[in-house]
Each structure stands twice: as structure tokens, then as C-alpha cells.
Design a protein around this ligand. Structure first.
Ligand SMILES: C[S@@+](CC[C@H](N)C(=O)[O-])C[C@H]1O[C@@H](n2cnc3c(N)ncnc32)[C@H](O)[C@@H]1O
Length: 230
């Protein structure tokens, strides 16, 4: 069977598909027509993530899974420097153009689970927005070990996840559009699994992070903050 690589094989010219991968159908069937609103929403979300993680003006940030670069641009305004990493050449193309006026962002194409372009202990905060919602615990295990390597002592990682617990509040599952839509897509195309939402347990994620040497700082809703030992 042909092996598929979700995200990596997206067509850079197909901006509609990129935007739908980014935000689903929350902005309707024609997201290109809503670009300013989508940009604003992602910038606001970057603000929330940065605040949750305590991002400071002098920080060197790692934006893991930078997507279209909407949040990346905002992080570049909040910190001193951003190392933006993504596995998708198409998203990196989009983001480079989106962030063309920022001279404090470097973009890196990475292999999944591998932050080798980033030097040891060079990062104050990792911010990963709407990326861990697509990862399984084995992916996370690799990334947490990489976070431990690239973060400075006392550095932090801020990420969001898709909480499996929300599915266990009946009749929530029956009405959970994201679960229903994903289950339907999976039936049609099991090869798309890597681009779908992966529901996970906060306790599982915390234990995997702990095993990689990260300390749990706090949970705010579906956001988790970890730190390296000082
Ligand atoms: C839903 S988008 C989020 C983009 C951006 N962070 C935002 O919040 O607007 C998910 C992004 O994560 C990237 N991605 C998916 N799997 C990844 C992985 N294993 N490692 C790094 N990036 C990944 C995708 O290419 C895509 O750019």
C-alpha cells in the first residue's frame, strides 16, 4: 500500500486546502475570502498562548508547527526572536511570505519529531499551537525529549491538546462535531489519520512529559505548560 504523508504532501498552490487544514470549516467553505478574520483569530490565540506561558519581550521562542505563520508573526512581536519549525513545505512557503516583514523569524523545515536545526539550550519558550491536537503519545514522547534538549534551564513549553475526557460525557460524543467529522473522514480515508484530531488524555501527556524530564507547571483548559528544571 502507498504510504501517505499528511501535511508534507500538501500543494503550496492550493491555498484553500492549506487554510482548511489550518482551521477546518469554522470560517465556511471559502476560507480565502476570510483571510483577515482568520489571521486575526490566530493572532489572538497566539496572545492567549503567550500569556499562558509567560512569554517575555527578550525571549527566544520556538514556534513548533507554524502553519500559515499568522501566530508566528504575533510571537515575533511579543518575543525577541522566533525559530519557526514545520514539517510541511507548503505551509512554510505560505508562512515565509506572511512574515516577510519580520526580520527576527527563521523558518526551518523539520522531519517529524526532530528538532535538529535547533541548538541545545537555545530556547526560552516553546509555543505549539493546534499541533499537539494532531499528535499521538509516541510523537509527543519524541518532541518532549527534544524540548528538554533545546530549552534553556527553567525554559517552558506551552501546548494545547484535544481532551479525550470531553468525549466521555454522554451525550456529548453523539453531538461532538469534531469527533463525528473525523470518524467519517477516517472511514473514507484511513490514510488521512495523521492530519486528523487525535484525542488524548491530559494525564497520559503529563506522564510522557515527566518521563522525558519535563516538569508540569499548570493546566488552563486544554492548554498545558511544562518547564525544564532550573
Ligand atoms: C492546525 S495547523 C496549526 C498552525 C499554527 N500553529 C496555528 O495555530 O495557526 C498544524 C500545523 O502543524 C504542522 N504539523 C503537523 N504535524 C507536525 C509534526 N509532527 N511536527 C511539526 N509540525 C507538524 C502542520 O504542517 C501545520 O502547519
Amino acid at each position: 500500500m502507498e504510504s501517505r504523508q499528511p501535511w508534507v504532501e500538501l500543494d503550496p498552490a492550493d491555498r484553500k486546502a492549506l487554510l482548511i487544514h489550518l482551521i477546518g470549516f469554522r470560517f465556511g467553505d471559502d476560507p480565502e475570502a476570510k483571510l483577515p478574520e482568520i489571521r486575526e483569530e490566530r493572532r489572538k490565540y497566539a496572545d492567549i498562548m503567550a500569556k499562558t506561558g509567560g512569554v517575555q519581550p527578550g525571549d527566544t521562542l520556538l514556534d513548533l508547527g507554524s502553519g500559515c505563520g499568522f501566530g508566528t508573526g504575533r510571537l515575533a512581536e511579543l518575543g525577541a526572536r522566533v525559530e519557526a519549525c514545520d514539517i510541511s513545505p507548503a505551509f512554510l512557503d505560505f508562512a515565509r511570505y506572511e512574515c516577510r516583514e519580520h526580520d527576527n523569524i527563521r523558518f526551518h523545515q523539520i522531519a517529524p519529531r526532530d528538532l535538529s536545526p535547533i541548538a541545545n539550550h537555545s530556547i526560552d519558550k516553546v509555543v505549539s499551537m493546534s499541533v499537539f491536537i494532531h499528535l499521538n503519545l509516541y510523537d509527543m514522547d519524541s518532541y518532549f525529549r527534544e524540548f528538554r534538549r533545546v530549552l534553556k534551564p527553567g525554559g517552558r513549553a506551552i501546548l494545547d491538546f484535544a481532551d479525550a475526557d470531553r468525549l466521555f460525557r454522554w451525550p456529548r460524543l453523539a453531538n461532538d462535531d469534531q469527533f463525528r467529522e473525523s470518524a467519517e473522514n477516517y472511514r473514507k480515508d484511513p490514510g488521512s489519520l495523521g492530519a486528523m484530531v487525535q484525542f488524548n488524555s491530559a494525564r497520559g501527556i503529563r506522564n510522557v512529559a515527566k518521563d522525558a524530564g519535563l516538569r508540569f507547571v499548570k493546566r488552563r483548559g486544554h492548554k498545558l505548560v511544562f518547564r525544564t528544571p532550573a
